[in-house]
Write a protein that binds this ligand. Structure first.
Ligand code: 13P
Length: 249
């Protein structure tokens, strides 16, 4: 079983003052927790130069929320995987549904970004998940299978890839799927990874994301093949984020 990962995606939240909140996370990530679960915070790009330095020695990993597929060049406003690695960050989220929706990112674009992450030595967190209409139409499993096939680079291993299943309708809504639906989706994703990558597919962590809170983390993280969570809103407060991670201790 892969080591669990609780990842926080701060999205477009966090000014300089948020560094103090991160400090409280570092204080709370004690030896007992460190023995059982990995923690990751993905701040906005403006804090990417700061948090990896603050985090030194704390064992909380830092990641970015997106990267460009190219290493450098004339791409105003974009940040490359190499630049992210240069800050000391070690992860990058790619293909979050908000980027797929707001920036028209296709599976092919997401795959190119995941390949860029590997080129730069970063671990890519590839996000997939169905919309509410797709869930209602009964095609959620097909949608996610296709997203996995199109978004994940060849030759992926647990050392360079994490997959996050985030149903679009569960993000920021307080709604979550039934535990049976999460179990079915995660079993399907695991089967896809095993079929494509053989034994390596067993080591790729599968996170659930979408309205994960301290009061529902226990049941969600107990589901088979859920190897952690990708947390939005509840990752902005140290206590809530640590409470979710404490599920493992
Ligand atoms: P919420 O936890 O706020 O629903 O956000 C989930 C998410 O999109 C994490 O990437």
């Amino acid at each position: 079983m892969p080591r669990p990962l609780i990842a926080g995606n701060w999205k477009m939240n966090g000014l300089k003052g948020a560094v103090a909140e991160f400090g409280r996370m570092m204080e709370g990530y004690d030896r007992k927790m460190r023995a059982r679960v990995d923690l990751l915070i993905c701040p906005p790009a403006t804090l990417l130069a700061t948090l990896p330095v603050v985090a030194l020695g704390s064992r909380i990993a830092i990641g970015a929320q997106d990267c460009h597929a190219k290493a450098s060049g004339a791409h105003t406003g974009d940040i490359s995987a190499e630049m992210i690695a240069d800050t000391g960050a070690t992860f990058v989220i790619v293909g979050h549904s908000e980027r797929r929706a707001d920036h028209g990112e296709t599976d092919a674009v997401v795959r190119a970004k995941a390949e860029a992450a590997r080129r730069a030595g970063l671990i890519a967190i590839v996000c997939v998940g169905e919309t509410e209409a797709e869930r209602r139409a009964g095609v959620a499993l097909d949608v996610v299978r296709a997203q996995l096939a199109g978004s994940i680079p060849d030759g992926a291993t647990g050392a360079d890839l994490v997959v996050a299943y985030e149903p679009v309708w569960a993000i920021g809504t307080g709604l979550i799927p039934t535990m049976a639906d999460i179990a079915e989706m995660h079993a399907t994703m695991r089967a896809e990874l095993l079929a494509r990558f053989g034994a390596e597919g067993a080591g790729i962590r599968l996170l659930y994301g979408g309205s994960v809170k301290p009061d529902n983390a226990g049941e969600i993280l107990a589901v088979l093949d859920v190897d952690g969570a990708l947390v939005g809103g509840a990752s902005l407060q140290a206590e809530a984020f640590l409470d979710i991670a404490r599920t493992y201790s």
